[in-house]
Design a protein around this ligand. Structure first.
Ligand code: ADP
Ligand code: MG
Length: 475
């Protein structure tokens, strides 16, 4: 279709651009002539530059025989009527208003195409995010805590279907609560986003079965529409393993540096201590046994001996010696340890009993070291238990572990001490070193085991040691 344009302003320019740019399906329009009384008009100049026929008098168009359609773009009704009256019969004509209408339709339809495309893209991203191979838990929540969507990973973990959760409250589905999360351990991430309008991150601490802690890290991102918050996307992840690993690493680093420091100090102190002790003893030989000096020298000697005991513990603690392991019967090791502690127990009239499971598999352990740990635990129990109390050492197999329990009916450990008792130098005793449990903890860890304490003040304390049974880990 060959087109002549009358009126060479911006509209003409636009028409020429569309004709050039677009692929038309049913007709192939081409602008073949442009008329305008102003030869400087933009459309005129462009047509001229492209070697299209131009004229300042539209009357010349009527005598041409290469025109199928005249488009009037001047906006003058008179000109349009004149064109209609004078054009050859086979030539069609449309007016400026019709052209504007088509132009509006054209821009509306291209806007529609663009919007549709954007919608498709957003849907793809949304689908990928909600159902794609994302291993984190993803949930879209409205500002009134209702679940809008949840990804497959999260649904699977909760054992629910999407239709079970959409529209329900997030706290109801994920926390089994009847109101939004709050407090220090469970701050509501949605509230934080609502307050600030910015992304926020929090960590929830959950107590799961057996009193174990689970740490869940959550990141919340605001969903904004026309500057208003319409909801949040929450991405959460179980970070318990990372937190535990970090804690363990920190603890180990602390132990190693304390160990080094202790070893250094202990070595430096040992020699002068020996000198003090022997000097005190030598002077004592020269003075009368009932003199004051003799008594004071005894005090010096005893205190020096006490220092030596502490230094010995420090060296034990710092000893980086590797465990020398052999397959041993843990019950035999317990019984040997009890022979060594029985006297102290009897001295305080404490009954020391064993309850050992038969047919326990042998464990790969360093006999001396494990004996030392049982003695440490038993001596602590004796020290904490009043006259007439009881201590029981038991062993048994649970699933893939062997459990050893040292339980007493002593004074117990206050809750705020429980987290510190394995720290080196933590002691509540006047003459304590605070190293017994730190050493015990180190030895058990070296054996791949764990040690924990349970206690009720006034009732008693139990230390629980768990050793993995070789070859049973996967059962
Ligand atoms: P120490 O015996 O030199 O004080 P430990 O490391 O052996 O050092 O113990 C640290 C602290 O843990 C003790 O001072 C005591 O407060 C507490 N403790 C350990 N075992 C028991 C127990 N069986 N009952 C009560 N408290 C205990
Ligand atoms: Mg002790």
């Amino acid at each position: 279709m060959r087109i002549a344009v009358v009126g060479a302003g911006n509209r003409c320019l636009h028409l020429m651009e569309i004709v050039e740019k677009y692929q038309f399906n049913l007709i192939s329009p081409v602008v073949v002539a442009v008329a305008d009384i102003n030869p400087e008009a933009v459309g005129y100049l462009r047509a001229k530059a492209q070697d299209i026929f131009v004229t300042t008098d539209y009357n010349t168009l009527f005598s041409r025989n290469d025109i199928d359609l005249i488009v009037e773009l001047t906006g003058s009704m008179d000109i349009y009527n004149d064109i209609l009256a004078r054009k050859p019969r086979h030539v069609r004509a449309i007016a400026h208003t019709t052209a504007v209408l088509f132009r509006e339709i054209e821009s509306a339809s291209s806007l529609f195409i663009q919007t549709n495309q954007e919608l498709n893209e957003t849907q793809t991203i949304c689908k990928a995010m909600i159902n794609g191979p994302i291993l984190d838990d993803v949930m879209v929540i409205s500002t009134d805590y209702r679940i809008i969507n949840m990804n497959e990973t999260y649904l699977k973990k909760l054992g629910l279907k999407r239709r079970d959760v959409v529209g329900r409250f997030c706290y109801e589905i994920t926390h089994h609560k009847d109101k939004p999360c709050s407090g220090e351990k469970h701050p509501c991430p949605v509230d934080q986003v609502k307050k600030t309008g910015k992304p926020s991150t929090t960590t929830h601490t959950h107590i799961i079965q057996d009193g174990q802690k689970q740490f869940v890290s959550m990141a919340c991102y605001p969903l904004m529409e026309d500057g208003e918050l319409t909801g949040v996307i929450e991405v959460s992840k179980d970070v318990t393993k990372d937190v535990e690993f970090e804690k363990k690493m920190m603890h180990q680093e602390k132990m190693v540096s304390i160990g080094r420091l202790s070893a250094g100090v202990a070595h430096e102190i040992n020699n002068p201590l020996t000198t003090i002790l022997t000097s005190a003893m030598l002077i004592q030989e020269d003075v009368a046994p009932d003199s004051d000096i003799h008594k004071e020298l005894s005090i010096i000697g005893n205190e020096a001996l006490r220092c030596r005991k502490i230094v010995k513990s420090l060296l034990d603690f710092a000893r980086q010696s590797k465990a020398f392991t052999k397959m041993e019967s843990i019950n035999a090791v317990i019984q040997e340890s009890m022979v060594l502690t029985r006297k102290q127990a009897k001295f305080k009239d404490i009954s020391l009993k064993a309850d050992l499971a038969k047919n326990l598999p042998d464990l790969s352990i360093d006999r001396d070291q494990i004996q030392q740990t049982i003695i440490n635990l038993t001596l602590n129990a004796i020290e904490a238990t009043p006259t007439g109390g009881q201590i029981q050492i038991s062993s048994r197999q649970t699933h893939s572990h062997i459990e050893i329990r040292v339980a007493d009916t002593g004074q117990g450990i206050p809750a705020d001490h429980l987290g510190k008792i394995f720290d080196p130098f933590f002691t509540t005793k006047e003459n304590g070193t605070g190293l017994g449990l730190a050493i015990t903890h180190g030895i058990i860890e070296q054996h791949g085991g764990t040690i924990t304490a349970e206690s009720t003040v006034g009732k008693g304390t139990a230390f629980i040691v768990l050793f993995p049974v070789p070859g049973e880990e996967t059962k």
